[in-house]
Write a protein that binds this ligand. Structure first.
Ligand code: ATP
Length: 230
């Protein structure tokens, strides 16, 4: 069961932000969503998460119409997202931050899920007793990714996961995201350019001024082929 967005329109107040969005990610695949600042990436992710209402159109996952579901119902569908600004609670320890979604969503197997995330990202267990505010920005991104994975074992939306992250940690984040493929997750990676996601994704969607255009795999090879044939 894929994520299927059909003819989606989203307005914020009187302003139309997303227009007639059509985008599909087959189950277990990774897609890039590439667009400049202000193109509408965060708005699209927030709409899937139910944090912004759709004016019209449909967002379907696992047979459910997400536009009709209250935001908290996504945890049961194992749908989650990683916000661009991480939103860790600075004064809490990393472990407490990690357990927060399990507590908030009354996820019964929170401890098992925590172990699963630690197996994917062992660094988080190493940071465990540190307060979130003591971590670097890149380390916080790793923790935010791990935290999103606690409720999001089926569909995860990553909002600019590499933004502002030093190269070594960006590589590490890339490796972790690549591993999610083996875990069967369906993944959307929003980025302002495809420099990090090109090698990870099956398909790239472009978003420009609230409109998504064709999807194709964009990587260095296809770009250079285009240049040769142009
Ligand atoms: P960025 O990385 O800069 O967040 P983005 O592609 O995620 O870029 P969005 O944050 O989705 O873009 O913003 C899309 C458009 O919606 C922008 O023109 C932005 O100004 C507008 N917008 C976003 N939030 C609001 C809001 N609360 N009120 C009014 N307009 C908004």
């Amino acid at each position: 069961m894929s994520l299927e967005i059909t003819d989606l329109n989203v307005s914020i107040g009187p302003i139309s932000i997303l227009r007639d969005i059509n985008l599909t990610i087959p189950t277990g695949q990774m897609a890039g969503l590439i667009g400049h600042n202000g193109a509408g990436k965060t708005t699209l992710i927030r709409a899937v998460m139910g944090l912004l209402p759709a004016t019209s159109g449909s967002i379907r996952f696992k047979g459910e119409e997400l536009t009709q579901l209250a935001p908290y119902r996504r945890a049961k569908l194992q749908v989650s997202y990683m916000p661009e600004d991480r939103r860790l609670i600075p004064e809490l320890t990393v472990t407490e931050n990690m357990l927060m979604p399990a507590w908030a969503n009354r996820i019964g197997d929170g401890k098992e899920r925590l172990e699963w995330v630690y197996s994917l990202i062992p660094e988080i267990a190493d940071f465990g007793e540190r307060k979130a505010l003591q971590l670097s920005g890149g380390q916080q991104k790793l923790v935010a990714l791990g935290r999103a994975l606690i409720p999001g074992r089926e569909l995860i939306l990553l909002d600019e996961p590499f933004e502002g992250v030093a190269p070594v940690l960006a590589q590490r984040l890339s490796a972790v995201i690549a591993d999610l493929r083996g875990e069967g997750l369906t993944v959307l990676i929003a980025e302002s350019d495809d420099s990090h996601s090109a090698n990870l994704v099956d398909k790239t969607w472009r978003i420009e001024r609230g409109t998504v255009s064709f999807g194709r795999k964009e990587n260095a090879t296809s770009n250079s082929q285009q240049q040769h044939t142009a």
